[in-house]
Write a protein of this length. Structure first.
Length: 505
């Protein structure tokens, strides 16, 4: 009798009823974050024209969300392990929707920066909760790989839906409307998620250590701020102090985790070469790509003169490639090995970025579209497999913290990439030689130059715009080359770090 029943019980444990419907709810949360991240790039020229931020403020608007979310992800992932991932996801989604309204109606650069920072607090609850729930809902390794692929594909689809929908809204409404599209997604997610999502949390989590939370936040933000200041303004006492504070806080954080009986993050996970290799691959991949991602919409609109909707459509190939690759990445990794798929994907992204070093004002779309398609395919393979590796390396009760490490690498890479490669673009751009009478704000950003040209005589305006656009493209090409070098180096490192790593079968 016992031997007859056991297989049925094992099957029931590994094949949770309703798991695919639950996944549909989780990908809505992913869609929420992905759409928000992409519409900001499209709206940047309009925000620049309306709020008139300086070049530094514009970079803060672009990356403060990533700074805050990177500093809080580990803490929020650990909180979900303690109070329940479903509860954290639904509370975070509600906050995300409401704070999106604040973003939409910000009236000054300072308020916009604050709104983006608060959105980062809410966003920090979403991504680790979704991945942790996937880890606890899908017990069969092959099903989990497919679920992670769908999760990643939805994020990629969001990067396509965001620009298209955002472009349509920008052509018909004011820039704040692109943030309001979060509201209907949030409402559906919360109402349906309450019924369909199972609750899961660690059975014996221990207390949520507020000292560790503070150290994590101060450490990450201090370190990233220091890098940003060094990249933008060179060595300074302020940058050195921030970096020293960040490094000190992170070292204290690590030492504290090693002494706590129930740490916020089990740092011993990094002794696993596969886990560490996957995390580092994610961080440097996003770092290398983020400069292109942040400035591409400005190139399409302000340099090539495309409308917001057309610019959104132009970015679709990257999402299409990522969706297609994400759905088959697990199968390929089991057939060809984890390190082969990840390294090949990263190398493909690096080579595609390398082709963009030849960009000029009149570059035809076939080259750009093909490069974006290859970027999407390579990133889809890499991100899906590394997420699977990270989740598979930890027990289920630590899924939230491990997922948070994965997302922290992603957000930290985005923040550092925008700070470093973004500073390359703005540094090259600011040095252009405009005609006599060029306002100082024209050197802050390309959006500022376009606005300034509107108040100048026609011939002077045309000369100014030509010089500004050429300088911007030179900066974008240089950043693409730097990103390509980062991706190719990461591909080589992943080949060695992921040696012998396999996905569960």
């Amino acid at each position: 009798m016992t031997s007859t029943l056991r297989p049925a019980l094992v099957t029931e444990v590994h094949k949770r009823p309703g798991r695919w419907l639950a996944l549909c709810v989780l990908v809505l949360a992913v869609l929420l974050v992905a759409v928000d991240a992409t519409v900001l790039g499209l709206a940047t020229p309009y925000i620049s024209e309306d709020l008139k931020p300086s070049g530094t403020q514009l970079l803060w608007i672009g990356d403060v969300y990533s700074f805050v979310i990177a500093g809080l992800l580990v803490s929020m992932g650990s909180l979900g392990d303690r109070i329940g991932r479903k509860k954290l996801l639904l509370v975070g989604a509600t906050a995300f929707g409401l704070i999106s309204v604040f973003n939409a109606y910000a009236t000054t650069p300072e308020l916009m920066i604050l709104a983006r920072a608060l959105l980062g607090v809410a966003g920090a609850t979403l991504m680790p909760a979704t991945l942790a729930l996937i880890r606890n809902i899908f017990h069969d390794p092959r099903e989990r790989s497919l679920a992670i692929g769908i999760w990643g594909a939805t994020a990629s689809a969001g990067t396509a839906v965001g620009p298209v929908v955002g472009g349509f809204l920008l052509e018909h409404f004011w820039w704040g409307s692109v943030f309001l599209i979060n509201l209907p997604v949030m409402v559906v997610l919360v109402l349906v998620g309450r019924r369909l999502l199972p609750e899961s949390k660690s059975p014996n989590p221990g207390p949520w250590d507020l000292v560790s939370v503070t150290l994590s936040l101060v450490g990450v933000i201090g370190l990233v701020y220091a890098v940003k200041e060094l990249a933008a303004h060179g060595p300074s006492g302020e940058a050195f102090a921030a970096g020293l504070l960040g490094v000190g806080a992170l070292l204290w954080f690590v030492r504290r985790q090693l002494t706590l009986p129930k740490p916020l993050l089990d740092v011993r996970l990094f002794r696993n070469r596969g886990f560490s290799g996957a995390v580092l691959a994610d961080l440097f991949t996003v770092l290398g790509m983020s400069g292109l991602v942040f400035f591409l919409s400005q190139y399409l609109q302000l340099v090539q003169g495309r409308g917001p909707f057309e610019a959104g459509l132009a970015e679709v190939p990257a999402a299409v490639g990522a969706v297609a690759a994400g759905l088959v990445a697990g199968r390929f990794a089991r057939r060809f090995s984890v390190r082969t798929v990840v390294s090949a994907g990263l190398a493909a992204v690096g080579l595609a970025l390398g082709t963009l070093t030849v960009l000029d004002r009149s570059t035809g779309y076939p080259l750009l579209g093909a490069a974006l398609l290859v970027v999407g395919i390579g990133a889809g393979f890499s991100f899906t497999v590394t997420a699977d590796v990270i989740l598979s390396a930890v027990p289920k009760d630590q899924a939230g913290a491990a997922s948070a490490v994965s997302e922290t690498a992603y957000e930290l890479g985005a923040a550092l990439g925008i700070a470093l490669l973004g500073s390359v673009v703005t540094g090259v751009y600011a040095g252009f030689s405009g005609p006599a009478g060029t306002p100082a704000e024209a050197h802050d950003s390309l959006g500022g130059a376009v606005e300034a040209a509107g108040s100048l005589p026609e011939h002077t305006a045309e000369t100014l715009l030509t010089a500004a656009r050429e300088s911007f493209v030179d900066g974008l090409a240089l950043a693409s080359g730097a990103g390509a070098a980062v991706l190719l180096a990461t591909a080589v490192a992943a080949w060695f770090l992921l040696r012998g790593q396999k996905l569960e079968t």
